[in-house]
Design a protein around this ligand. Structure first.
Ligand code: XMP
Length: 511
């Protein structure tokens, strides 16, 4: 399989570059900028991309690749900082933008030379997304200028003989009108990509690799019902069949019908599926606990306990399968961020059972690729396109102490909200949507009587990465239908709120 190497210089769009390349059906990996030359040789990429970054190439300590990279005979595309780096390391000159007018941020009209392979077949003028305070004053010998904007005569440079290209703008962001086409040109016209990265090919390779590794051994997988662990289960099951033991811990904090749905999705696959009914013990441990972090810790601990017990009962297991995906791998390689919430993914907790190794068959895939793979493996669409659901489940959507009654009430209200969103055809439009049960009770009037009942909060957000989010502008008519249905159909609720806070300052979940 052909591979593209993306060297990471710390820019904020780096994951996006990798995703764009994958969308072009070319496999790529994002690696640290100081990857040793020998390793790069072994990696044997068809092309290399230098990402953007926050640094200035002329300052001491600026991140740089091994200079030998220019002697490998591989095509290189430098983006923003990567472009300046390429230019400077090959003898050009980069300086801080002298005048404010030479700094460029945002959408910029840019003129291209269609004679440059990177821009072949594209309009001569279009909008690009610029974000740079440094300025390429002089291109290195052998390079020519291949794009300019009003403020910048060196918006792009190229040395077609050595197949080195640099762009000051960001082709990976959607604001760059023909950015996708430029990356396509780099991959197909310049690097000679064949487009061999498809989920069908990944599936074949992964299945034989897992088979070879696991051999006659046995694997254990904690299935949460989320997309990642479900797809990992289907993939490993295809490789080793009934030697995969899936454990689905029903902690009673799932949404309406969810446990049965997960079980049904795996019913006719050749794997061992064990559903552990742990509802009572979770409720017992959560009784009277109001503090959100405490709840999260208890659920995490209790999950490990159950998992340990199951592991012991099953006996010798050689491999533990985890649904780790590529963004987790990339993120964990970076500096620690402040802990806002102690996230835990029920599907991905290591058990105390004896095992030889951890298998992470999805660790090179982005979320959208995991979904594609799930479809390829024949998992039902409602499982594959499922919105994220937190490991601690409904416990962090019942504000305050959790009881069986409150969970039941919330499950119903949430199901109504989800039904109506689906009926309105908005399910794919909203990134995540759910109901939460507030700890507020208030007075209402029902029939001729007084009520003193709970308020349900509805939340729906739009987001790409869940780090920031905006609330969804849902139609009033839809909100009205949901509100009427909830107060009529769910006994114990007499008010419905719609949450119109973005993240930050709020978070997506309530606890
Ligand atoms: P917050 O509330 O932090 O949520 O804005 C961001 C995204 O993460 C999900 N989330 C979790 N996922 N385990 C998970 O696997 C957790 O403990 C957890 N807490 C929040 C949340 O649903 C949203 O998609």
């Amino acid at each position: 399989m052909q591979k593209v190497l993306i060297l990471d210089f710390g820019g904020q769009y780096n994951q996006l570059i990798a995703r764009r390349v994958r969308e072009e059906h070319v496999y790529c990996e994002l690696r640290e900028h100081d990857m040793p030359l020998e390793e790069i040789r072994r990696f044997d990429p068809i092309g290399i991309i230098f990402t953007g970054g926050p640094g200035s190439v002329y300052l001491p300590g600026a991140p740089k690749p091994d200079p030998g990279i220019f002697t490998l005979g591989k095509p290189i595309l430098g983006i923003c900082y990567g472009c300046q780096l390429l230019a400077q390391m090959l003898g050009g000159r980069v300086i801080p933008a002298q005048a404010d007018s030479a700094r460029e941020y945002g959408k910029t009209d840019t003129v291209f030379d269609p004679g440059c392979a990177l821009f072949r077949g594209l309009p001569e003028e279009s909008v690009t997304w610029m974000s740079h305070g440094d300025y390429l004053a002089e291109a290195p010998a052998g390079f020519r200028l291949s794009a300019h904007s009003a403020a910048c005569p060196t918006a792009a440079i190229c040395d077609e003989a050595r197949r080195f290209y640099g762009v000051q703008f960001h082709p990976e962001v959607h604001h760059t009108a023909f950015g996708g086409a430029m990356l396509h040109n780099f991959l197909y016209e310049i690097c000679g990509a064949a487009g061999d990265w498809t989920m069908a090919s990944f599936r074949d390779q992964a299945v034989s690799a897992i088979r070879e590794k696991v051999g006659e051994g046995r694997a254990l997988l904690g299935l949460s019902g989320g997309v990642d662990s479900s797809v990992a289960a289907a993939l490993v099951a295809e490789a080793v069949g009934s030697r995969l033991q899936c454990v689905f811990v029903d902690h009673g904090l799932l949404r309406e019908g969810e446990g049965d749905q997960v079980e049904a999705a795996f019913a006719d696959r050749e794997l061992q599926f064990l559903r552990v009914d742990a509802r009572e013990r979770f409720l017992k441990r959560l009784a009277g606990v109001e503090e959100p972090e405490r709840k999260r810790k208890i659920i995490g601990e209790e999950f490990v306990r159950v998992f340990e017990e199951v592991g012991k009962a099953i006996g010798a297991v050689d491999y533990l399968v985890q649904g780790t995906i590529y963004p987790d791998v990339i993120e964990s390689g970076r500096g620690a961020a402040a802990v806002i919430k102690s996230h835990h993914n029920v599907g991905g907790l290591p058990a105390q059972v004896e095992f030889r190794e951890i298998l992470e068959p999805l660790r090179t895939l982005f979320k959208d690729e995991v979904r594609q793979l799930g479809r390829e493996l024949g998992l039902p669409e409602e499982l594959v396109s499922r919105q994220p659901f937190p490991g601690p489940g409904l416990a962090i959507r019942v504000i305050g102490a959790v009881t069986a009654e409150k969970l039941e009430l919330l499950r119903r209200a949430d199901a109504i909200f989800r039904e109506e969103i689906a009926a309105a055809g908005l399910a794919q439009h909203c990134s995540q949507y759910f109901a939460a049960l507030t700890n507020m009770r208030s007075v209402g009037v029902m029939g001729d009587g007084r009520s003193y009942d709970y308020a349900v909060a509805l939340r729906s957000v739009q987001t790409g990465d869940f780090m920031t989010a905006d609330w969804t502008r849902l139609p009033y008519e839809l909100l009205d239908r949901v509100s009427v249905r909830i107060v009529n159909e769910v006994r114990g609720v007499n008010r419905v709120f719609y949450d119109i806070t973005s993240k930050p300052p709020a978070t997506v979940e309530y606890e």
